[in-house]
Every structure is written in C-alpha cells, then in structure tokens.
Design a protein around this ligand. Structure first.
Ligand code: CMP
Length: 186
C-alpha cells in the first residue's frame, strides 16, 4: 500500500487492537464483519474445495463462522475428543500429530487457506488427530451442522471433501505404520 496524496493514519498494533476488540462489542462486531468480508472471504475462496462452492454458500458459511486466535504450541483439537467444529486457517500454521505410545508422530503441517477438523465435523465420531498452533494462528471455526447443511446442497463439493478425507486417513495409516516400525525396530 502506498500513499497517493498526503495521508494521516491511525496505526494500531495487535495488542492495541485486541484491547479495543475485547473492550467494546459495538466496535468489535462491525470490525469482525469487515474482517470476514475483506479477508476471510478471499482466503476461503483460495481453498480449491471451498472455491467449488458458489459465493453465496461461502458467505453463508462465513456469516456463521467465529474468529479465534491461538498462540504458539497451544492445542486446538485433541485426538479422541468428541466431534466439533471444522476450522479454516486464516493466518499462520498448525501441526497435525498423533500420539503413539507417548511419542508424538508428525502427520502434516497446514497453513493459511487450508482446513482441518472436517473429519469429525462431517463424519461424526472422534477427532482422528491432535492439532496445535505453530506461532500465532488465526482461525475460523464453523459448526459441523452448518457445514453439513451447505454441503448437502452441493453434493459434488461434499464428494471432494470425502476424497480429501480419505487421502488424509490413508496418509495417517502410512505414517503410523512407519512410526510403529521405527519404535519397534522392525
Ligand atoms: P478431525 O479428525 O476432526 O480432527 C483432527 C484433524 O486433523 C482431522 O479432522 C483432519 O482435519 C486433520 N488430519 C488428520 N489426519 C491428517 C493427515 N494425515 N494430514 C493432514 N491432516 C490430517
């Protein structure tokens, strides 16, 4: 961004903004809406699966979404927990891992534009892995039932999610077998 004429800016760092956001709902709500429209809509559309949805469906998902922030190493979902929301990464990175006899087994690193938590959210059952923040992370959470509702109207996109989930599940099996081989020395 560059100035095209004389410009006076009010610059707020993240802490200052957080203070305002936490303090005053009348300030927070329009700002969160603005952020969803300007930033999240674009990032959601960059995800190839979400891009396959018509814009008004993406907007419906966004309207129902909550914005969350996590700090470095903070757990976001835990393997074995009951089903919950699906998450879209708006900024930063997360690590997906599983526990194998007390040892963490790395499964994947995901970054902005990617999603996680869709497996339990869409298929029910328990979380298939744990996810934690790498550095500061900003996420959108969407309730499983809301995702289900939108995807039910677009079975072709639901099918894309099914393929992505199958790929992740088979990658997990491969990684866990590899880890088991290393741990048992076979
Ligand atoms: P869910 O089971 O709801 O919660 C943990 C999430 O981690 C899971 O949904 C997927 O989104 C993600 N996940 C699980 N396995 C993998 C994998 N092999 N690669 C990338 N992400 C995964």
């Amino acid at each position: 961004v560059e100035a095209q004429s004389d410009v006076v800016l009010l610059r707020l760092d993240r802490e200052g903004l957080d203070g305002l956001l936490l303090g005053d709902a009348s300030f927070r709500e329009p700002l969160v809406e603005f952020y969803k429209e300007r930033v999240c809509e674009l990032l959601l559309a960059k995800n190839p699966l979400m891009a396959a949805l018509p814009p008004d469906s993406r907007r419906r998902l966004l309207a129902a979404a909550q914005v969350h922030r996590y700090r470095d190493a903070e757990p976001i979902v835990r393997e074995g927990e009951a089903a919950g929301d699906a998450f879209f990464i708006m900024g930063g990175e997360v690590e997906v891992w599983r526990d194998e006899g007390g040892f963490p087994v790395f499964l994947d690193k995901l970054k902005d534009g990617q999603f996680f938590g869709e497996m339990a959210a869409l298929q029910g059952g328990k979380r298939t892995a744990s996810v934690r923040a790498i550095g500061d992370v900003e996420l959108l959470s969407i309730e499983g039932a809301t995702m289900e509702g939108v995807l039910a109207e677009h079975p072709e996109v639901r099918a894309l999610f099914e393929v992505a989930m199958t790929d992740r599940a088979s990658e997990t099996v491969k990684r866990m077998e590899e880890a088991a081989r290393i741990f048992t020395g076979v």
